[in-house]
Design a protein around this ligand. Structure first.
Ligand code: GDP
Length: 200
């Protein structure tokens, strides 16, 4: 699929129900414009054009939630279908793997935001995603979702455990909550880093 105009791309992946729609909404506010997607097809790839309009809206914590996402340059968010449906058939799983392979090899892909629920260890499907990301040497940001679901003690433990499982550099793992807005500004900054090529 060729996107016109050609712009940097960032893909979002995660298990179904991980909180991907909520996080995308928290990141981009209401300015998000869906430019493709096949109605009725649950396994389609959705593309959002994020218009560039100056600096990133990092803002003070607490105020950023209602700010639109502002990027120095326009870009596309590629929203891949959630994976790991218990009832997904063989053909559906194969189609998903094909879609991931295609997305990871796109020429303008700057990196992937990989969502993981703070409450769960990596599932077999998550591990398959981890392998796919490693195979293609994709730059990855892990967005840990639903940080507000745990008490602070439990949260710190889970964060540490997940960081160990993921084995990613510290600044490539961000704990977020679409509900409280926690970590959203940090994630925006990290995505800006992906696009500008700061992150190696
Ligand atoms: P998706 O299937 O990955 O797009 O997930 P959704 O964004 O639809 O979220 C799945 C469920 O998790 C919904 O019931 C959301 O309200 C809930 N959810 C998503 N993000 C958060 C969060 O940050 N905190 C809490 N408490 N619930 C969340």
């Amino acid at each position: 699929m060729l996107l016109d105009p050609p712009l940097p791309e960032v893909a979002f992946v995660g298990r179904s129900n991980v909180g991907k729609s909520s996080l995308l909404n928290a990141l981009v506010g209401r300015r998000i414009a869906k430019i493709s997607g096949t109605p009725g097809k649950t396994r389609a790839l959705n593309v959002f054009l994020i218009p560039g309009s100056g600096e990133w809206g990092v803002g003070r914590s607490g105020s950023h939630r209602n700010e639109p996402l502002r990027t120095p340059h326009s870009l596309y968010f590629l929203d891949l279908p959630g994976y790991g449906y218990a009832r997904a058939g063989k053909a559906q799983r194969a189609a998903f793997r094909g879609l991931v392979k295609h997305a990871l090899r796109r020429e303008r892909l700057r990196g992937v935001v990989w969502l993981l629920d703070i409450r769960h260890s990596l599932s077999a499907d998550d591990q398959a995603m981890q392998d796919a990301l490693a195979d293609d040497e994709t730059r990855v940001l892990a967005a840990i979702t639903k940080g507000d679901k745990l008490s602070s003690g439990k949260r710190s433990t889970r964060e540490r455990e997940l960081r160990e499982e993921l084995a990613l550099p510290e600044d490539q793992v961000v704990v977020t909550s679409a509900k409280t807005g926690e970590g959203i500004a940090d994630l925006k900054e990290a995505i800006a880093g992906l696009i500008s090529g700061v992150m190696q």
